[in-house]
Design a protein around this ligand. Structure first.
Ligand SMILES: *[C@@H]1O[C@H](CO)[C@@H](O)[C@H](O)[C@H]1NC(C)=O
Ligand SMILES: *[C@@H]1O[C@H](CO)[C@@H](O)[C@H](O)[C@H]1NC(C)=O
Ligand SMILES: *[C@@H]1O[C@H](CO)[C@@H](O)[C@H](O)[C@H]1NC(C)=O
Ligand SMILES: *[C@@H]1O[C@H](CO)[C@@H](O)[C@H](O)[C@H]1NC(C)=O
Ligand SMILES: *[C@@H]1O[C@H](CO)[C@@H](O)[C@H](O)[C@H]1NC(C)=O
Ligand SMILES: *[C@@H]1O[C@H](CO)[C@@H](O)[C@H](O)[C@H]1NC(C)=O
Length: 391
């Protein structure tokens, strides 16, 4: 996606430098330090570290790095579940996430849990469409992360730049972060967009996950998706695509370039939804989320003419531009977009200066967007909630 209608000044990727300083010590809470730079206040306890009981040694030879590995893990397969265990130190069967995904049988009707121990996995991962029903179970989004650093340029297009790409149905991720650590785009940069996660499979759910990038962080591409208690960092169009998704209790943190007091230049946008026509039942709904961070940003801009986004019960800091929304510099889209706000709070939620096509939703208009029915959750979400595994 192009940055051309938004001017960028500067942004020192200090957070990422700091992050890399932690690469050699993956058992510390690397994200705690990272997030302190990006966010004034944090909802979660980033410094929590989970220790497993000791005494367990894997695979014969003594490996001191495995001393804190959970005993008797992974448990044997059952008729309903298989567990593929990933540990960077070789304490169980796989040392990379991709090798575990490769080992999952095609078209499996079981839930295949890729259990990923704490650590940073510097690899590009693909879950192909032939492998439905995979869960990535991390140990906390501040402790387990998959990261890579492709850009639109280095990967022949934004769509291929994702650190993790999921094309399969029934994908679930819990307590894990997806990061793209390519350099933050500079003013006038072309091709520097860098996606952390692309989710293109239907019926996907994310609980307690982190998404870290700058421009185009989360490619919420297509299908029905549910995000709960996630942390999403970005700058320009940081959630974009043509999915139908519900985001509940999520933190949206902008790292868009700060603007001096009184200056009113746009430096980012939370969303760029890409609904093409009235035939598509797609849109993004944010319920009980919060928006903070830096910049002077829109809630959304109309990547495609029928772009549809709703924010409900969401607290918005002063970084939200007073006009709120943008038609991608195409006034014909003013008639076709659906941009709604409902019972939002905070300095950025003042509707007085909004673009004329922005809607303050009535109770009746808001209702379809407020719970998991928006993504047909009754058809598929419940079993995912029930099949939590943790260790
Ligand atoms: C596995 O995927 C198939 C096809 O998407 C689906 O019908 C089935 O319910 C899934 N099974 C589980 C355990 O998620
Ligand atoms: C995620 O981690 C938190 C604390 O680290 C834990 O309380 C919660 O049960 C975990 N949830 C899942 C779905 O793994
Ligand atoms: C990704 O990081 C590696 C290692 O630092 C570097 O060699 C490569 O050029 C980077 N790729 C991009 C696209 O920045
Ligand atoms: C991307 O590629 C184009 C064309 O080769 C080049 O002009 C541009 O500087 C590159 N962008 C970055 C961020 O490297
Ligand atoms: C709203 O989100 C906050 C922060 O995540 C959470 O503590 C609270 O329980 C949520 N409220 C509802 C009604 O879900
Ligand atoms: C969601 O809200 C709709 C409209 O109020 C209601 O009919 C439906 O039962 C609710 N679904 C859930 C899962 O709570």
């Amino acid at each position: 996606m192009s940055a051309k209608v938004i001017s960028l000044y500067c942004c020192v990727p200090a957070a990422f430098l700091l992050l890399f300083a932690h690469l050699n010590n993956p058992t510390t809470s690397f994200l705690g330090a990272l997030l302190d730079l990006a966010t004034p206040s944090l909802p979660f306890d980033f410094l929590t570290v989970h220790y497993f009981s000791n005494y367990h040694r894997r695979r014969g030879a003594y490996n001191p790095l495995c001393d804190d590995f959970p005993p008797d893990f992974p448990p044997p397969d059952t008729a309903a579940t298989s567990i593929f265990c990933v540990d960077p130190n070789g304490c169980c069967d796989f040392t990379t996430v991709q090798s575990a995904v490769d080992a999952v049988p095609r078209s499996s009707q079981k839930r295949n849990v890729v259990w990923i121990n704490k650590g940073i996995y510097f690899e590009k991962v693909t879950v192909p469409a032939t492998k439905p029903n995979i869960t990535f179970q991390g140990q906390g989004f501040d402790l387990t992360a998959i990261m890579w650093n492709d850009t639109a340029n280095s990967s022949h297009g934004t769509f291929y730049s994702a650190s993790v790409s999921v094309f399969a149905a029934g994908f679930v991720a819990k307590n894990i972060s997806f990061m793209n650590v390519a350099p933050i785009p500079r003013p006038g940069d072309v091709g520097a967009q860098a996606v952390a996660l692309r989710i293109g499979g239907d019926q996907a759910a994310f609980w307690g996950c982190g998404f870290f990038g700058a421009q185009d962080t989360l490619h919420d591409d297509r299908g029905r998706h549910y995000f709960k208690e996630c942390f999403i960092q970005g700058s320009i169009d940081f959630i974009f695509g043509d999915a139908r998704s519900l985001y509940e209790n999520c933190r949206l943190i902008s790292i868009a370039d700060p603007v001096p007091a009184g200056v009113r230049s746009i430096t980012g946008s939370v969303t760029a939804h890409a609904r093409e026509s009235t035939q598509e039942n797609t849109g993004y709904s944010f319920v009980n989320c919060s928006i903070g961070g830096t910049g002077w940003i829109w809630l959304g801009r109309a990547w495609r003419p029928y772009s549809r986004v709703v924010f409900a019960y969401t607290s918005m800091s002063e970084i939200i531009a007073s006009d709120g929304w943008n038609d991608w510099n195409d006034p014909s889209r003013d008639q076709s977009v659906f941009y709604g706000e409902y019972k939002c709070t905070g300095g950025g939620a003042n509707l007085a200066g909004r673009a004329p096509y922005a809607l303050e939703l009535s109770d009746v208009q808001a209702l379809p967007y407020l719970n998991t029915s928006y993504v047909d959750g009754d058809l598929w979400l419940k079993p995912y909630c029930d099949s939590l595994i943790s260790a």
